[in-house]
Design a protein around this ligand. Sequence first.
Ligand SMILES: [Zn+2]
Length: 369
Amino acid sequence: MLLISGTKLLAVLASLSGISWATSSGTARRSFQPALHPPGSFSRSLRSDASNNHIDKRWLAVETSTDANADHHLWPDKTVTYAFNSVADMKAIFKNLIKAIELWNAAGLSREEYKWKAILKPACLADRTNCLLITRQDGVLKSTIAKAAAQPKHDLDGPEMFLDAGENPPTALSFELSYAHEIGHAWGLGHEHQNPAFWSREFDPNQKRKGTVFTPNNFKCEQHWGFNRALRLANDKSRADYAETDRLLLCRVAGVASKLKFGVFEYLPTTSGYYSESSALSQGPKDVDWDSIMIYPTRMKPGSPTFFFKPDGSDIPISSGPTLQDVKGIQRMYNAKPKKANFGALLNSGANKAQAQFKKMFCGCCSSE
Ligand SMILES: [Zn+2]
């Protein structure tokens, strides 16, 4: 990994600090195209692990779509057009964002081909659905998937990313690794562990899945810190969206967990709208990219109760960066022949659809219970 030179960063920041971000039409706009890529060379791979052995295995990615009404689109010309919400946000985020992008480059994602193009905030707001707006929000790490469509009903007007830039990272991952995870979402990757093919029949309303990776034995939902609160809500018949089955499904179906604002919805198998290379309903532990930057580690937050493990009971490690498979996922996604959209009814659609649009590294709704 190559870090940006401090001098270069300071020069870039200094050159930007005088820019007005006002949105009034009379504001003079300066050209603003800072390269997010530091100069110099970098190593091709972060690690010399066994990733190559699984190069053709799967990943979880948003489906390529040509449907104008689809919830997600890929970034045209493999270019994420973005703007910071403020100069202050940029100053707080910029350095680690560069490092995070570099992690992807070092893992094999070509920086010449997969680009980040900065524009001014006013230009971003003027073409909101085609621009990723990046905002500092401490305690939060979340991003919409790919070029997410606007959902005015849910106050989502285009692709967004929220990044913590406080004193300490909110999870066990460093800032740059956390940002690298969100960058994976911004390109279109979902969570590795949410691949439905990995989950056992207990987590399928139709009971057709035969995955052997995640079962009630290593996804111990009841040990999640939000379980008691979610269970109380599930039993609360005064809720407008109460359903008799909530109590039974809160640990099984992402849509129900999401409805109850129960953080396990970011663990449970996702439903339609995503695809992986393999469509098999049965996948085993060897099919999982345990080193992926897109998988949740067992110890997401130091000191928190643990509830999510490998099938043998051991910890899912903290990723040290994007893997070759993560890179391959993005490359396949963006080089695939466009398909007709196949966004069926999402189990997590409805009341919390906007919430489901975001993928989080860190659950902002985790209570201390
Ligand atoms: Zn995530």
